[in-house]
Ligand binder design. Structure first.
Ligand code: PLP
Length: 459
């Protein structure tokens, strides 16, 4: 054994204590850590030849890289839709690496069953019945890739071709209809060989991001074959929801695959006040939910659900003699884009066991209340203008006057440099804007006060 490895093996408990102590100090400082650290170009160091052992690596990381990291796991990071890691999720993540299971197959370990148990709990949380199965993937984008790959196979089934065998070209041009699709839909279509131009946006309701269902019906009626509809259960700008019930009702008259992007909006299901928004999620053929956002598990974690596991198996099956037979309960390597993969379910499992539906509901409800609080403060200030009502956990706003792209970009930079919070820019309804997204379990009313004070100072 290499002497550095042998040394580290001999002092493993001490090393882990040192890493734990370091993590503990980092986490203790998280509430006051700068939300963002604007990057200053870093010159890559040369490849280490001798190696300095795990302690050396920890020291170098702490000295050279860690100070440049964002406080993205902290309470006032409101950019994108980020979330953090609950204490239990973090412990689960450590143990994921500790056990280093590969839940691709079930030949050697029950880790796959833990993933199945967790997927089952999540399905229940989001109101999806036994007809749905699912798997962990890296993020909502990969969940959409998986869902649309199954949809593509379904389009093939309708057309009498087997896309998984004969390729996307056998299918010919595809139509994907959506009101306010997330950018990842277009990326997935490019990746899957259906092409970005397959996506046709359907008009939204006036002053909304939700699709105009009458216009969607017109678009479906004008087609001469089956299509894919991507419904949005929580848009990134204003967390607007398509009317899932009305869209699902169109299935009686038109032939389409219903893919629902509920990346973070799916968590509305946990809060009784908002649960109606997702009540019809179970009408979907495939569903996307991100877990590294509002479930507050570390990156990279999302789940995909579908009611057509048979088609999923056709797309993703990975046959090899050494992998054994595909039985009634296919191994995950026959269902997901990856073969080998980490036990991503474990952090989610830990958090669900630790806090249950109630604990996660409290996180969701608190985030919504905090978003409303910030929205009300901005609305009352002459400096700012709310661009949409705070529907769930995102506040979409701009300066009250002179809301040009240059001004927004300058504000984003100034906010990042200040470090009290971090916000991301967007364009809503043609207007340059800012968004503040609440999804971290640590955020409190005191944080909202500090964020608002910083915005008043910088705005
Ligand atoms: C974040 C998000 C995605 C993409 O998620 P990743 O986890 O970054 O892949 C897709 N759709 C919606 C609505 C999102 O909010």
């Amino acid at each position: 054994m290499h002497p550095r490895l042998a040394e580290d093996l001999n002092s493993l408990p001490d090393l882990l204590d040192a890493a734990r102590k370091h993590a503990g100090e980092t986490l203790a400082g998280l509430p006051e850590r700068a939300a963002a650290v604007p990057p200053a170009g870093r010159v890559p160091a040369p490849l280490p030849l001798e190696g300095s052992g795990a302690r050396g690596a920890l020291e170098e990381f702490a000295q050279r890289w860690e100070p440049t990291f964002a406080g993205s796991a902290g309470p006032r990071y409101l950019g994108f839709v980020t979330g953090g890691a609950t204490p239990a999720a973090l412990a689960g993540d450590w143990l994921t690496a500790t056990h280093d299971q590969n839940p691709a197959s079930g030949m050697d370990s029950s880790a796959q069953d833990l993933e199945r148990e967790t997927v089952g709990w999540l399905a229940e949380l989001f109101g999806l019945g036994a007809e749905f199965s699912g798997a962990f993937v890296t993020g909502a984008t990969m969940s959409t890739v998986t869902g649309l790959a199954i949809a593509r196979e379904w389009l093939g089934e309708r057309a009498g071709v087997t896309v998984s065998r004969d390729g996307a070209a056998a299918l010919g041009p595809v139509t994907v209809l959506s009101g306010s699709p997330h950018s990842s839909v277009s990326k997935a279509l490019s990746f899957l060989g259906m092409g970005r131009s397959a996506l046709r946006t359907v008009p939204v309701l006036p002053g909304r991001e939700a699709v105009d269902v009458a216009k969607l019906e017109e678009a479906l009626a004008a087609l001469d074959g089956p299509a894919i509809v991507v419904a949005n259960a929580g848009t990134v700008n204003t967390v607007d929801f398509d009317d899932l019930r009305a869209i699902a009702a169109l299935k009686r008259r038109y032939d389409f695959w219903l893919h629902v992007d509920a990346a973070f909006g799916g968590f509305a299901a946990l809060a009784p006040e908002h649960a109606a928004l997702t009540a019809d999620l179970d009408q979907a053929d495939s569903v996307v939910v991100d877990l590294h956002k509002w479930l507050n598990v570390p990156y990279d974690s999302a789940v995909q659900f579908t009611r057509r596991r048979d088609l999923q198996l056709r797309v993703f099956s990975n046959n090899a003699a050494y992998l054994g037979e595909i039985g009634d309960t296919p191994d995950f390597l026959h269902l997901t884009p990856e073969n080998s993969r980490r036990l991503r379910a474990l952090p989610a499992w830990f958090s669900l066991v630790a806090y249950g539906r109630d604990g996660h509901r409290e996180i969701v409800e608190r985030c919504v209340a905090l978003a409303r609080d910030l929205g009300a403060r901005l609305d009352a200030s002459p400096r700012w203008r709310l661009l949409a009502p705070v529907r769930l956990n995102v506040v979409c706003f701009s300066p009250a006057s002179d809301a040009t792209q240059e001004r927004i970009d300058a504000l984003v930079r100034a906010i990042a440099e200040d470090g009290t919070t971090f916000l991301t820019p967007t364009v809503y309804d043609g207007r340059p804007a800012l968004r503040a997204a609440f999804s971290n379990w640590r955020t409190t009313a005191a944080d909202v006060e500090r964020v608002f004070a910083a915005l008043e100072r910088l705005g």
